[in-house]
Each structure stands twice: as structure tokens, then as C-alpha cells.
Design a binder for this molecule. Sequence first.
Ligand code: ACO
Length: 436
Amino acid sequence: MTATNTLDIRDNRTGKSYTVPITDGTIRAADLRQVRVDDADFGMMSYDPAFMNTASCRSAITFIDGDVGILRYRGYPIEQLAEQASFLEVAYLLRHGELPTQSQYDSWVHDITFHTYVHENIKHFLEGFRYDAHPMSMLASSVAALSAFYPEAKHITDDQSRYVSIIRLLAKLPTLAAFCYRHSKGLPFVYPDNDLLYCENYLSMIARMSEPKYEAHPAFVKAIEVLFILHADHEQNCSTSAVRAVGSSHVDPFSAVAAGITALYGPLHGGANEQVLRMIESIGHPKNVGAFIDEVKDGKGQRLMGFGHRVYKSYDPRARIVKQLAYDVFKVTGMDKDLEIALELERIALADDYFVSRKLYPNVDFYTGLIYRAMKFPTDYFTVLFAVARTAGWLAQWEEMLLDKEQKIARPRQVYTGYEERPYTHQLDRSHRLKK
Ligand code: ACO
């Protein structure tokens, strides 16, 4: 071990020094355990609420350099994938590590297409929801329910079982997502049309009425394809960490992905796309943007939704692509009435010291809502579209975690701040309640 790849630690409590190895710019938190005051001491831990500075895994899937706005899947720049690849090609890339050859791609697409149908009982299950159930709640529960339909998915150490589960999840997510949409609208469920490609089929299940064959507008198919690629993975974000943590208990992947969907639902994560549109609608007019920004800065109102990111400290590269895509969709649908509000929000925020000094830039969710609304998706449905796409990343990350010999059940430590041991008291003696 050379002096250049180690870290010296001196414990001023004891005067002892320790040398710990540095690998890939990290030290192992477990190496801190040797730093102890005495034999009874548990050893030092690192304290890192919200994992601001802790790597929980080694991963070869997605690379982000947040300072300069770089995003790559398996080494391929997101800009090139969004322009040239299909979503299923990207899903293959994420899982297998390489872009597929023609025959690999054909069998991947074949297998996914073969599994698009869901058990009829799932329909009855969805029908149990009220008309105003949030589509993310419906999606999370129906994906969790799939685990009951495929008990063999528990065999997570079996390569073939994992493969079939991955195929089933990728295949059935659009079907379930479309069923959630149709249920909200009170429309009959549309079965998959396996003559169609992945995104076309999804749009068919969303929009088809009495026509024998649904043909989605090519601009909409392209928009969904690109948005799915942009959302397919984003390394160790909240929902992916949830999938990995839940999956680390060796539960089946349907249950683990359901956990990811619930994490994604939150307004600080994937739910932000819904909140961005609600915020833009509440602002109402570009002339109100200045006052709204002042409220955000005061901390009295809400945050500027669709702005800021834990990792990106410059423009989110996905946001740049989405902004251009919005114009392509508006060419078909007509200009969105609220685009001006979004542009004004971006213009003012990017020139304002509050946002500049905190490195707050538009994230992927800032413009997606306008595209989805232009395509007539209801606002509370936006995050479902995100979930369908992110399933590809969750599954790749889940399998990488399972095959990583260093991984064990996820189980963080805590710093206990509560009482020392104290005796149980009977109700009548609980005077501390009266003191409050
Ligand atoms: N609007 C106003 N102020 C903000 C915003 C925002 N959107 N985001 C962060 N800040 C401020 C915080 O108030 C804080 O200011 P302070 O230092 O004066 O206290 C500072 O910037 C740092 O913010 P943190 O909350 O510490 O940053 P963190 O990395 O924890 O949060 C997050 C990242 C959750 C994305 C945050 O920026 C946010 O809430 N954004 C709005 C919601 C959103 O768009 N989420 C989608 C993220 S992308 C995705 O998940 C797909």
C-alpha cells in the first residue's frame, strides 16, 4: 500500500493513528470500526443522513457527472441514445451491458411482446379501485399483486427465473399502466396489440376506441420513445435505492419494483412532473412569475418544482432534450398555452442569485408535464409514464445488486438519541404526561 492511496486517521481521543486504504476515491466505512476508544466501544461509524456522501454500491450501469451535466448508460451518452436508439434497445443495454446485435434484439423484443398480456383477474382487481384513485397507487398495487400471480419469481438465484421476471415486468408495465388510465377514465380496457412495437402498443392501449387498429401519431410515438429512454435509469436515486434495499431482502422482483414505484410517486422525486404542471397552472400568466419566484425565495410558498437536483449542479442534460422535444410535439398539437410561463420561470430563475448560488437548474421534470398534457395525458398520470420507463433501470440495478458478492441485506446503522434504560410505569403513575 503506497502513501498515495491511503488515508491516515488520528483519533485525538486516544492519540492512536490508523491507515485505511482508498479505492476509487472512497474509504470503506467498515474500516472506521477499528477506531475505538476501548474494547467495549462498538467502533466509529460515519453519519450520513439522506446518503449525501455515501456510495452504497459499485455499479457499472449509469454514469453521471453532475457538475458538468453528463449522463451515460453503459458508457453511451444519453444524447446519442435518445436520438438513435429505441427504448427496448436501451432496456437491453442497461441489463446486459452491451447494445444488442440484430438477433439478440429480435429475441429480446419477441420475448417481451410474448408477455404483454396480464391475467384476467388483474382486471377485476383494478376494477375495485374508485374512479378517482391516483394512477400511481393503482400501478404500485397492481405490480405488487403480480408477485401473487408468479410465485416462481421467488427463485431469484436462478438465472432463467430472473430473466423471465425481467421480461414479464418490462412487458406488463405498459399494459398495467394503460389499464390504470382506462379505469380512471371509465373506459373499457384495451388488450395489447402484439403486432405493434412497444411504445405504439402502449399508446394503442391508452387511446384505442372502436377502430380495429390504432395508429398513433409518429410524433407522439417518437416523444414517448425518447422520454422513456431519458427516464430509463439514473443510478442510485431514491426509487432505485428503494428497489435495491427491498430486493436485498431477497424478495421477488415484482415486490421490489412495486417499492420503487411508491418511492417514485413522491413529489420530490418522480411526482415532481405532476407538481410542475400544477404549479404552472396556479401561476396562471407569465406576468405572475416574478411574484411567484419571490415567494419561493422567501421560503413561504412551495419550491420551484422541476428545479434542483441532488446530483446535477448544472443543467440536467435530459431537460435540454425534453425542451427540444416539447417543440416537436407542439408542432403537432399547437403551442401550449403555458409554455410561456415555463420559459419565463426558467429565464428568471437562471438569472437570479438565489438559484444560481445554489446551482439550481431545470431537471428532467420541468418540461415533461407540458408534453404529456399536450398529448392529453391527465396530470395525475404523468408519473406513471416515468414508472414504466424506469422499470428498465430498476431491473438492471436489482439484478446487478443480486449478483454483487459484496452486497448483503441493506441495513443502515443509527445514532441512538433516545432514553437510557428506564423501568415501565403504570398508567396512573405517568406524571410526565401531565407536565406537557
Ligand atoms: N426551489 C427552491 N429552492 C430550492 C429548490 C427548489 N426547487 N431545490 C433546492 N432548493 C434550495 C433549498 O431550499 C436549499 O436552500 P438553503 O441552502 O438555503 O437551505 C438548497 O437549495 C439545497 O437544497 P436541498 O434540499 O438541500 O437539496 P437536495 O439535494 O436535498 O434536494 C431536490 C434535491 C429534492 C430535487 C430539490 O432540489 C427539490 O426539492 N426540487 C424540487 C422537486 C423536484 O423537482 N424534484 C425532482 C427531482 S428530479 C427526479 O427525481 C426525477
